[in-house]
Design a protein around this ligand. Sequence first.
Ligand code: GLU
Length: 261
Amino acid sequence: MIRNYKRIVVKIGTSTLTYPNGSLNFRRIEALVRTLCDFKNAGYEVALVSSGAVSAGYARLGLTEYPDTLEKKQACAAVGQSQLMKIYENFFGNYGQTVAQILMTKDVVDDSHRLELVKNTFNALMSMGCVPIVNENDSVSCDGIRFGGNDTLSAYVGIACDADFIINMSDIDGLYNKDPRKFDDAVLIDRVEEINDEIRAYAGGAGSKRGTGGMSTKIEAAKIATENGIPMLIINGENPYKLYDILDGKHIGTYFAAKKN
Ligand code: GLU
């Protein structure tokens, strides 16, 4: 299926990018970057939605406790975001690719004029061969302009860059019919045609933290993406080289089919 796609958004979460102590997991980031650069070489256009700013900032600042107030989180994000970009700039640069940082807030996509402008920016960057690296603008975000997580952000980035496909790299293999850490007989769902109450129940219900990947926010992100005509795949991001399986036409993870309009 991927052969029909040209423009791909890849989303990777904090728990996949960082160690439990908050520091960046260079081995994983380098494997991810190398694979994405290979996708570029194979002719795909790639945008990366990367979390990890708060965590990297917390580690860099040497804090002993994870930030518990908004201002501390925002401060950590400011420190960590530049750390992240430095690493991405180096790793992508090693493989001859140019990165571009885009920090978004929700009010941008809620306003049709501003959305149009950001669409043009993504288009210009990707047409010039750059890899946009996107995060929420955590340091200035507040209620009302917050996406509330990078799963949601990735769906909007898919819309903003007119993507053909979104790959959400989680810390779980995909959507199961029940919690695989509690039930040995949990079955991975290969393909979802429609996001309904049954699918939501698999994810553990609204607001549930079930699954370290926070599956319910992924389902809601998949709903936004698929309703806008963009299919989404949830895979395990533990081994970024698994992205090659997708390139080789193998089925992994859970595929959410796009709605046909
Ligand atoms: N934007 C946050 C960060 O970079 C992460 C949000 C999320 O994990 O969904 O730390």
